[in-house]
Design a protein around this ligand. Sequence first.
Ligand SMILES: Nc1ncnc2c1ncn2[C@@H]1O[C@H](COP(=O)(O)OP(=O)(O)O)[C@@H](O)[C@H]1O
Ligand SMILES: [Mg+2]
Length: 154
Amino acid sequence: MPNLEKPKLINEMKLKLPSLSVNESAARAIVAAFAAQANPTVSEVADIKCVVSEAVTNCIVHAYPQTMGVIYITVQIYSNRSIRLEIRDRGVGIGDVRQARQPLFTTSPESERSGMGFTVMESFTDKMRVRSKIGKGTSVIMVKQLEDFSLFGR
Ligand SMILES: Nc1ncnc2c1ncn2[C@@H]1O[C@H](COP(=O)(O)OP(=O)(O)O)[C@@H](O)[C@H]1O
Ligand SMILES: [Mg+2]
């Protein structure tokens, strides 16, 4: 029988990093190490690393262009084996989030950006929410439901 109880928060990590490009790989590795306690499969770990990398790269290149700012990362693990990731910045913000989320849309076509970051984040997770305000910053929340959600700690 499915467990209809509200999932409980089991563990949480908060990370604050300056928007240095070396912190893209650092964030990816640290989040993957923390998420490992929920026993993700190899492919689930690869998905998590990939979406963290995309979101953090966006903070580095788009949120704080030519400047340094702070990237705030929160990772939460729930009793149903879902992993909630929030990547937030206090950067330039996005004027039209709907447009920004479209596949191939990029405001940096001159660099080798593909415009597929949000598309990747959306397709490798189960839920993605983007909130942004010009001049205030952007928050990307993603939820990844690991398989066999009744088997926490298997
Ligand atoms: N954290 C952010 N702050 C400001 N703008 C952002 C942020 N993340 C994404 N964007 C905007 O959304 C667009 C699409 O992002 P994305 O899908 O990752 O493609 P890409 O990074 O290749 O341009 C970016 O070109 C940028 O204009
Ligand atoms: Mg991107």
